[in-house]
Ligand binder design. Structure first.
Ligand code: ZN
Ligand code: ZN
Length: 164
């Protein structure tokens, strides 16, 4: 059956930051193709299928909506992950049953942030700072490694919800 999950995330940036969400994310899923629970699937918005890590097989899962929006200093991302799902028992641990939303949902979202202070000072590589938000890890505020200007002042752990 077709299943949809919504992932939402929020980051607060300073006026010195140029913030861009990456269209790549990693998502943990009970994979119907390799019949294993808790597999990390690599997804990219615009790709028609995901890649299940392990043996990198194609997975019937894609980012079906990817909406970035700005609310004042807050940068929000809402993405919908659509996949084909059916019940199964884990191939290696047959007593473990797969769920539509895996037992310990996990996602990693990535972003890139640039420093306007460095840009204004003529630094060539002012846009190259990468960061991520992931489940189970306290998000980090971030400053420019070159000039120390605060860029990301707050961030929240991403939320994962099964949607109808
Ligand atoms: Zn798989
Ligand atoms: Zn800087």
């Amino acid at each position: 059956m077709l299943s949809h999950v919504e992932v939402t995330a929020r980051v607060t940036v300073t006026p010195a930051a140029h913030f861009v969400w990456s269209n790549r994310l990693d998502f943990v899923h009970d994979c119907l193709v390799c019949l294993r629970v808790g597999r990390v699937v690599r997804l990219q918005h615009g790709m028609p299928y995901g890649l299940c890590t392990g043996d990198e097989h194609p997975a019937p899962m894609r980012v079906s909506a990817f909406d970035a929006s700005d609310h004042g200093a807050e940068r929000r991302l809402r993405c919908r992950i659509s996949s084909w799902w059916a019940p199964f028992s884990d191939l290696v641990e047959p007593e473990v049953q797969a769920s539509e939303l895996t037992a310990e949902p996990w996602v990693q979202l990535n972003y890139r942030v640039g420093c306007h202070t460095c840009r204004d000072n003529g630094v060539g590589e002012w846009l190259g700072i990468e960061g991520c938000l992931k489940s189970g890890a306290a998000p980090e505020a971030g400053s420019c490694p070159r000039c120390g200007t605060e860029l990301v002042s707050a961030a929240a752990v991403p939320e994962i919800d099964l949607v109808g």
